[in-house]
Design a protein around this ligand. Structure first.
Ligand SMILES: Nc1ncnc2c1ncn2[C@@H]1O[C@H](COP(=O)(O)OP(=O)(O)OP(=O)(O)O)[C@@H](O)[C@H]1O
Ligand SMILES: [Mg+2]
Length: 411
């Protein structure tokens, strides 16, 4: 039976489903990973479900693995979201402080954030997260938390993350039919930014980039708050497709070539180095130049990084984030990525590392494609109340959700 100190997360990615089960104690910051499940999935396009049955079967497989390993039956999960349907915008809310010249109360602060949610959007979209950026009290700006301050007019700038209702509903349906209810749906890279970035990086300015199979998710911080987030509909599976075409091989072989011999820096590879394809698959003949393979990878990865750069331009942070770019996601393992990133993004570039305490089966999740599922476990420990069994209610209960962000943004 699931008990209070057990948390589970579910990341339905474009190439894999990951389920993690963690054990926590209220007097410790650590989570011990006691169940790990991973299954293949081929029923998402750009992070959006195109086959319900196949998705349910992949979720069930990963869930069963994790349950078997932990010896526990899971009935609720923190659910990660990351498809190309996710968008973000900023929105301002303005209210009059309820006691003029009195102190700003919790209610005032929440009313201001709620006012910011009154954004015009199509009926097929809904708000996922509302994150306060900064408050302005009687014209004085840059206030992180106005609670207890005196004033009359309270304004707030928020970062709002929205999703497509049909895309979410289909995912919800698959999760429910796999026998799970949803504690809370969370934008993957937002959860990852809590576990894979330090407060110092967020303060001085940083972009976290999760390059997955079909999408690249980014989140940008400055002065401790989120200033931008986006999902770019390109990822590592496109690199595999390009290699399959360039090398005239199957996708399976192209994937092996990429993982075992791929690099994003052809300039560093000798003209004479070759990959013997028969060593990857005995039915294949001949060999391919490693430099040529790297040229294909470099071309597609540069395009992805250029798109990240365009997103940074939207918030005028192009080449201007002192803590640089931090990479995670399965495709961050491509050799030479950091060199290419320094060239294209013109930013210091590093691979992410956990800023959190984990124990248990850490060797099983020592892979950046588990970054989202791991971050969702910690999100569950930090934010979720654990008593919301049904996600549809959670979607409506935005006000309950944004309150949790105070924990995140308090200095
Ligand atoms: N060693 C490696 N070198 C290069 N690429 C790799 C390596 N290992 C995995 N990948 C790539 O990482 C991708 C999978 O990453 P990840 O599990 O983060 O994606 P996902 O979460 O399923 O997809 P998305 O987040 O886009 O929905 C695949 O494209 C895979 O080819
Ligand atoms: Mg992913």
């Amino acid at each position: 039976m699931e008990s209070k100190d057990i948390i589970a997360s579910l990341d339905v990615g474009s190439s894999k489903v990951a389920v993690l089960i963690g054990k926590t104690a209220s007097d410790s910051a650590q989570i011990d990973v006691i169940g790990v499940g991973k299954s293949k999935i081929n029923s998402l396009r750009k992070g959006i479900i195109v086959d319900l049955e196949a998705t349910i079967s992949s979720i069930s497989e990963a869930l069963e693995q994790a349950e078997r390993m932990s010896g526990l039956k899971i009935d609720r999960v923190i659910l990660g979201l990351g498809g190309a349907h996710i968008e973000s915008q900023t929105s301002k809310g303005v209210i009059a402080v309820s006691h003029p010249n009195g102190e700003v109360t919790h209610e005032d602060r929440d009313r201001a954030v709620e006012a910011a949610q009154a954004i015009a959007q199509p009926t097929n979209r809904e708000i996922l997260h509302v994150i306060p950026q900064a408050f302005v009290l009687d014209g004085a700006g840059g206030i992180k938390d106005p609670l207890g301050m005196n004033g009359i007019r309270l304004e707030v700038e928020t970062h709002i993350i929205t999703t497509s209702t049909p895309a979410i509903k289909n995912l919800e349906k698959c999760v429910f039919q796999s026998g799970l209810s949803i504690i809370e749906p969370v934008f993957n890279v937002l959860a990852e930014s809590e576990t894979h970035l330090s407060n110092q990086q967020k303060e001085i300015g940083v972009v976290l980039i999760d390059i997955g199979a079909a999408t690249t998710q980014i989140i940008v911080y400055e002065e401790g708050t989120i200033i931008h987030s986006a999902v770019i509909p390109l990822g590592g599976s496109l690199i595999t497709n390009d290699l399959a075409i360039g090398l005239k091989t199957s996708l399976e072989i192209a994937e092996q070539v990429k993982i075992k011999h791929g690099s994003a820096t052809p300039a560093k590879i000798s003209e004479t180095k070759t990959v013997d394809l028969s060593k990857i698959d005995e039915n294949e003949k001949g060999s391919e130049s490693e430099k040529y393979i790297a040229e294909i990878i470099e071309a597609r990865l540069s395009e992805i990084l250029e798109m990240v750069r365009n997103e940074l331009k939207k918030v005028k942070k192009d080449a201007k984030l002192p803590a640089g770019a931090v990479f995670t996601g399965g495709s961050s393992q491509i050799d030479g990525l950091l060199d290419l990133s320094k060239e294209v993004l013109k930013l210091p570039s590093n691979l992410s590392h956990n800023e959190i305490l984990i124990g248990g089966m850490t060797d099983r999740i020592d892979d950046p494609s588990f970054a989202a599922a791991l971050a969702l476990l910690f999100w569950g420990k930090q934010h979720a109340t654990g008593n919301a069994g049904h996600s549809s209610q959670m979607f409506k209960d935005i006000s309950g959700r944004f309150r949790d962000f105070w924990k995140m943004f308090k200095p």
